[in-house]
Design a binder for this molecule. Structure first.
Ligand code: ATP
Ligand code: MG
Ligand code: FE
Length: 335
């Protein structure tokens, strides 16, 4: 089964051809990062317009790179939420048009289900159930992945998402959008003990809060400014990252132990964070658990992960009609 997958939920216009769920025949990602960089974040109106400009070309490139024609495609999969409504609509309309014109089944995919599914592509042996820590630009979830299509959210952030905190802290210390990868790199050169940032809600269940550590960094930066002192970017990056990673690792491990889950996966843009991967790897080894995370390119937004999730939804019998609409706050959960 060949899936043509389309992803336009934020600032990446992406299309991919995925065979039988895990075999990526092509994956094209057109990122708008340089367009949004000067505004310090994604501007929804610009994102929508760029998706309109790029979508047909990106789909054509995906088909060409996979050496398949539209007639050879069995299923059209598309992200229909959550995300920016105008951005999502571009992908949804493109997918519906192709499905209608070529009379192909259409499957709507939850974007976070896609992020989780990225693990199946990078790890052909991985099967549910497992515990997944979803850490992306807009989400921080601890998810019990019960099956390929059933999810139980056990913990979530009460305020900022992990990626969002990275981006905001990066901006505060003078790094451009997206700040996550830049902080990750700088953290290697810094001393994480130089500054002490809070670890919020560490022993209070499985929800997260990252606005406290973000505020602490802002206070530290403003304090230095008032005193006319230079800030040490690398030390701030290292201390901030250590605070975030401690909380993510601590809660994930506590939950895995409580539920007797021996497989732990990371998903979303922050899953490419080197500090998080290393810390998680260390505790997983210590506790005889196996850690999974997607290849770097599959951590941030792409359509291959959507194609994988669409395949399993399709097998389950999920079909969308021509009334499929973008749902900006689509919840992930049991169906
Ligand atoms: P969502 O998936 O929740 O809708 P999104 O699609 O915008 O949000 P992703 O594409 O999953 O988010 O990830 C982007 C986020 O990942 C950004 O916040 C970015 O800063 C962060 N990120 C990417 N690489 C790293 C890294 N190495 N370390 C920390 N954060 C990172
Ligand atoms: Mg993005
Ligand atoms: Fe995403």
């Amino acid at each position: 089964i060949k899936v043509l997958a389309i992803e336009t939920s934020c600032d990446e216009t992406a299309a991919a051809i995925v065979q039988n769920g895990r075999e990526v025949l092509s994956s094209i990602i057109s990122t708008q990062i340089n367009l949004h960089e000067k505004y310090g974040g994604v501007v929804p109106e610009i994102a929508s317009r760029m998706h309109v400009e790029k979508i047909n070309l990106v789909i054509k490139e995906a088909l060409e790179a996979a050496h398949v024609t539209l007639d050879e495609i069995d299923v059209i999969g598309v992200t229909y939420g959550p995300g920016l409504v105008g951005a999502l609509l571009v992908g949804v309309v493109a997918a519906k048009s192709i499905a209608f014109a070529k009379n192909k089944p259409l499957v709507g995919v939850h974007h976070i289900e896609g992020h989780i599914a990225a693990n199946y592509i990078s790890h052909p042996d991985l099967e549910p159930p497992f515990l997944c820590l979803v850490v992306s630009g807009g989400h921080t979830h601890l998810v019990n992945v019960e099956s390929y299509t059933q999810y139980e959210i056990i913990g979530r952030t009460r305020d900022d998402a992990a990626g969002e905190a990275y981006d905001k802290v990066a901006r505060a210390i003078g790094l451009s959008y997206p700040g996550g990868p830049k902080i990750d790199k700088l953290a290697k050169e810094g001393n994480k003990e130089a500054i002490k940032f809070p670890r919020a809600m560490m022993d209070e269940g499985y929800d997260f809060s990252f606005s406290g550590v973000k505020s602490a960094v802002l206070n530290h930066v403003n304090g230095a400014k008032m005193k006319g002192e230079e800030i040490n970017q690398a030390d701030i990056a290292a201390a901030f990252q250590s605070s975030v990673v401690d909380v993510l690792v601590g809660k994930t491990m506590a939950l895995a132990k409580e539920r007797h889950l021996t497989k732990v996966a990371l998903a979303g843009g922050v899953a490419s964070n080197q500090g998080l991967r290393e810390a998680m790897e260390a505790v997983c080894t210590q506790n005889h658990m196996k850690l999974y995370y997607p290849d770097q390119i599959l951590c941030t937004d792409n359509a291959a992960m959507i194609g994988c999730a669409a395949y399993y939804e399709y097998l389950k019998g999920s079909r969308a009609g021509m009334n499929l609409n973008a749902v900006p706050n689509l919840p992930l959960g049991k169906k």
